[in-house]
Design a protein around this ligand. Sequence first.
Ligand SMILES: [Zn+2]
Ligand SMILES: [Zn+2]
Length: 362
Amino acid sequence: MQKVKAAVCHEFGLPLVIEEIQLAPPGQGQLEVTLHAVAICHSDISYADGAWGGPLPAVYGHEAAGTVSATGPGVSGFSTGDRVVVTLIRSCGTCPSCASGKPVICETPAPADGPLRTAGGGPLVQAMDCGAFAEKVVVDQRQIVKLPDAIPMEAAALLSCGVITGVGAVVNAAALRAGEDVVVIGAGGVGLNAIQGARIAGARRIVAVDMVAEKLEAAKEFGATHGVLATQDRPWKAARKALGGRGADAVMITVGAIPAYDTAPLYLAPGGRAVMIGMPHTGAQSQYEPVILAALGQGLIGSKMGDAVIQRDIPWMADLYQQGRLKLDELISGRWRLDEINAAIADTRAGSARRNVILFDS
Ligand SMILES: [Zn+2]
Ligand SMILES: [Zn+2]
């Protein structure tokens, strides 16, 4: 076991503690990745707040990029020195979900015995099979994807969650066809990516809906054709007007706030589908009127991690970035050191940040 520095959650709702932890060497099919960058995602904050429960102490962090620094037995296609994106999408490849092309909902549980221990040898949870708020991670080879040399690590880190979730939800979950109309509820990190996903997929009009006027301006930089303030009375009326009255073929719900789920079907055109992407807290309930969905042939779809197949989707997204057709640098609002992580989390929590990225000295 080697020692690495990590930000550890000992108690929900309290600041993370920077401390040394023990990291096991990579086992069968696993690799060790020395991280260069990890972004802070709202999911990390929800976990650290206890929104979804789970055992403690734990190391969160799951939007990472780095360099392969050791390989375990049975690893093929990767070697030391490879630059990679590290994701939380651990898939077995053989369960019914994996076999039908949906590795994000793999049904095979991860081994109970993760690679992390506290400095004293006590149990320590590798949250989301990643534990990337640490200098190094040990993950399964199916969780990583090789990067082109030219792509900066801080931009690459964003590909592993926020970007594939937003772009993938439009391309994979909503299966948007060129010429369709899209409403994106929430213009935060995932929302901006849903917007650029809709632009890349050839949407006719893209309406961003948010509570904050400045976020609507940012949305336009990413491809929104119209912005609607969610604070107004019945904002779906303004969105429908922006779309010419018919409603949206796809409504992407990228926030966790329940009113967004309750009202999302009201933005839909006949035959439209609302895609649930944001992650409300456990136990939160939403209401909708089934007869309208039935009568108008509308649907509600749940989408985790953009239904991404990372080995397929991350390379094309990296390529679009290199062509200037997918914005990544513009998603970064702040750069921090690991020992500043609580301040970075507070900044993300304040809502102004797109993505705050922790950069490691390497
Ligand atoms: Zn995330
Ligand atoms: Zn599986």
